[in-house]
Design a protein around this ligand. Structure first.
Ligand code: KG4
Ligand code: ZN
Length: 357
């Protein structure tokens, strides 16, 4: 089986082709970073127009690199939400048009399911397939959740953020420190040579029961810490030390919450073997190694997609589409994009405003 996937829900225009043999035949990603950099964040209107300008070219390139024609495809998948609606519409309409012209099934994929299932495409360290159920920490710019992945399309949410997503907290803290955009990767670089204990930052919800997250207090304390520095430009030393303190505090929170989630996962699924991390923040090496150490202590295996498949891409959308296709779960051309689309529809609504799922 061969599936073309299209991703356009945020600031990457991406197209990829994958097979049921877990091969990525092509994976094209065009970042819009330069278009959004002057604004310090993603501007939805600019993103939608940029997707429209690029999507035909990126899709054609993905097909060319895969060295196949549209008649070789078994389905076309596109991110159908959650995300910025203008961009999602561009990807969905492009995929529907290809599906209609070439008489192929269309699949509207949940972007979060793309992140959730990427490790089933990329496998474990020995390239062995990771089987259900597994525990998933999904950490991106818009989401921070702990989920049990029971099967494609079947998720139990154990916890979510009650305010900011972790990627958002990385980005906003980086912005306050003037580290440029995007903030997450920059903050990680600055943290590398910093002293993590010079500044005392909070660990919200650490030690409390449950698996929810909160990061707005951490972000606020970063702002207060910056305000208390001597007047003038922030020194490189201070920047590095604040970044290291932030990353350390965020890591402590993740470990604490994952520990509670592991208890619940193993009590519901004693046969479970893996903790998986995915989403843009999973590209962070410090967080990856701390989670790997936690897994070792809890006698679980740790898995994460390679860094370039942690941030948004279309290979994960093609793969999630392929898993849906294998189950016969396809959409038709009446599919409507969903700006909000929780993976676990039975989970109670998150407390915080602005939380998408
Ligand atoms: O999954 P993603 O590409 O887009 C969403 O679906 O949100 O995640 C983007 C987020 C951004 O907040 C970005 O700053 C963060 O992932 N990110 C990182 C790193 N690389 C990307 N955060 C921390 N460390 C990184 N190395
Ligand atoms: Zn994403």
């Amino acid at each position: 089986m061969i599936v073309l996937g299209i991703e356009s829900s945020c600031d990457e225009t991406a197209a990829a082709v994958v097979t049921d043999q877990r091969a990525v035949l092509s994976n094209e990603v065009l970042s819009q970073l330069d278009a959004h950099r002057p604004y310090g964040g993603v501007v939805p209107e600019i993103a939608a127009r940029a997707h429209l300008d690029a999507i035909d070219r990126i899709t054609a390139r993905a097909m060319e690199k895969a060295n196949i024609g549209f008649s070789d495809l078994d389905a076309v998948a596109a991110t159908g939400g959650p995300g910025l609606i203008g961009g999602v519409l561009v990807g969905v309409m492009t995929a529907k048009a290809i599906a209609a012209v070439h008489n192929l099934p269309f699949i509207g994929v949940n972007h979060l399911e793309g992140h959730a299932l990427t490790v089933r495409l990329t496998g474990d360290r020995d390239n062995k397939e990771i089987s259900f159920p597994y525990l998933l920490l999904l950490v991106s710019g818009g989401h921070c959740q702990l989920l049990i992945v029971k099967a494609a399309g079947s998720y139990k949410r154990l916890g979510t953020t009650i305010d900011d997503a972790l990627g958002e907290a990385f980005d906003k803290s980086a912005k306050m420190l003037g580290l440029g955009y995007p903030g997450g990767p920059a903050l990680e670089q600055w943290a590398r040579h910093g002293d993590p204990v010079r500044f005392d930052l909070p660990r919200p919800l650490k030690g409390r029961a449950g698996c929810d997250f909160s990061f707005s207090g951490l972000k606020t304390k970063v702002r207060q810490t910056i305000e208390q520095l001597p007047e003038g430009p922030i020194s490189d030393r201070d920047k590095s030390d604040i970044c290291a303190a932030f990353q350390n505090a965020a890591g402590d929170v993740l470990i604490d919450r994952c520990n509670n989630a592991i208890d619940r996962f193993l009590s519901d699924h004693p046969e479970g073997t893996h903790l998986v991390v995915s989403g843009g923040v999973a590209a962070n090496q410090s967080i990856r190694s701390r989670l790997a150490a936690l897994c070792k202590a809890r006698d679980l295996s740790f898995a994460a997609p390679p860094v370039h498949l942690c941030t948004d891409n279309a290979a994960m959308i093609a793969w999630a589409g392929l898993e849906r296709l294998q189950k016969g779960d396809v959409d038709d051309l009446s599919f409507r994009p969903r700006p909000r689309w929780p993976l676990d529809p039975d989970a109670p609504a998150a407390l915080g405003g602005g939380v998408k799922a």
